[in-house]
Design a protein around this ligand. Sequence first.
Ligand code: AMP
Length: 602
Amino acid sequence: MTPVSTPTTAWATIRKRGWPRDVTPNVVDYEAAYAEFSWEAARTALDGLPGGRGLNIAHEAVDRHAAGPRRDRVAVRWLRRDGRTDEATYGQLARSTNRFANVLAGLGVGRGDRVFTLLGRVPELYVTVLGALKNTSVVCPLFSAFGPEPVRQRLALGDGRVLVTTPTLYRRKVAPVRDQLPQLEHVILVGDEQHADVHGTLDFAHLVATASDDFTIPPTDPEDMALLHFTSGTTGTPKGAIHVHEAVVAHHATGTSALDLHDDDIFWCTADPGWVTGMSYGIIAPLSHGVTCVVDEAEFDAERWYRLLASQGVTVWYTAPTALRMLMRAGADVAHGHDLSRLRFVASVGEPLNPEVVVWGQTAFGLPVHDNWWQTETGGIMVANLAGCDIRPGSMGRALPGVEVALLAQGKDGRAEVRDGAVEVIDAAGVDGELALRPGWPSMFRGYLHEESRYEACFAGGWYLTGDVARRDDDGWLWFVGRADDVIKTAGHLIGPFEVESALMEHPAVAEAGVIGVPDPVAGEVVKAFVSLTDDHEPSDDLRLDIVGFARRRLGAAVAPREIAFDQHLPKTKSGKILRRLLKARELGLPEGDLSTLEAAR
Ligand code: AMP
């Protein structure tokens, strides 16, 4: 694998001297912070439910601020697609989420019941998430750009009992398959559109308006399931990663260390809450700090984004490499007409961040971009370039206080080699290994729903195996090398090739499919499918378009392949499994070499 960047590249360390805007970063001395940190101490930064009744994310994120001096501070400001602005103070958010908790309780929905959302970044999404957590129900967010198949599959796998969505999304993505979802009892529709004609649904606005705004959060065990985030593996169905209320300890602590949140910050996380970043850091971490969050309902637009940063006075900005590369393409000049002097800290996550972008940040915002690393299963940031410390452009940063990382020697399949239950920890710098974490941080996933063996397969020799390959330099900075498996990262979204292959094979002309990610200068990777056709079909441009359209309708634009190639001789193992890595090697013009020979023999 070719590393995204290595410690030997020419990018010089960015030395931090002085702090913008007279704000002292939360961590200045990394070694001291790492040595002093304990999760027990981190817990004391939170309140817990009154009367020692446990720990509930929504109490830490909303109610404790609503009961104190931050009551009238804006918790969330939503910049709506139509140009309107909606706001909720902590006090107002406490009441609206109480109402929604009462709505759920009134419907007989309670502890552990799964409440799904399929919504854009609208106020009702935030009210649903926090109200459901108050009610000790489990929140499972779905990305609104998913097509009907990913939506159906996740609702079925996650035992969705309640779904909150819009009339349009419901009609397009759920109504046609609702009879396949017997557990889905309540569909609650949000929005101004007429939806009196949508049978079997309830109206969000009406329910909330008629509910009481008085609600007492029931006792919540820190180990109670709170969130279910679906993620993708190389094979099989999506996996529902279980997170518990105790995760808020890590969200809060990493909000301090990795996002450098301070009390009066204006924070903008561009990630959609349909994915884990938008939940952990678009909602929970910043609200647990009592800061003001800005939410942009509309999609990316370079000019509008700069305007938003300036007009909202954003101080801390958490975004993604694809978005930064799109801004870079638009040119730094677009930034220059805007007053970004309040912006203090820019961080990025989700995919490799090229060193060029880190350095370009200096030109566009007057600040470098700080890369950090984590994944759905870790629930929170694990590795980061910190606000107060030097940056090595191209590096993901160092393990956060409270996080122990290791690189493990790889076997032939690229994953950590396990011999008699033991693994080999690589001590030397500059050697590739599977990135592993010592279990025990509070936001670590507690299982994959209904899939014990897939969960157990994530651990070996006392480590959690991340599936990523990295290397370390002499000073402990970590450098991302690539994935050890075939999952695809496109525009920051993790796509399981199997899910795409399965959908393609439902097209009558497709006999077999192999799906890979191919490099793209902006999105990192795009999804490409190689398909072989059944005997009664011939390759043609019309057929290609038909298959692309079919995949888009089933999977949604975010997941469907961007490119399709016909190939009647897909490379396979002896046992008939399609060799995605060989497809990739061919696509990239790399020598097929040992890897393909070894894999083909399996
Ligand atoms: P997800 O579970 O969807 O959040 O995706 C997690 C995966 O995204 C990780 O396992 C990595 O492969 C990738 N990823 C996240 N952050 C970074 C980063 N800073 N650099 C490179 N890859 C990253």
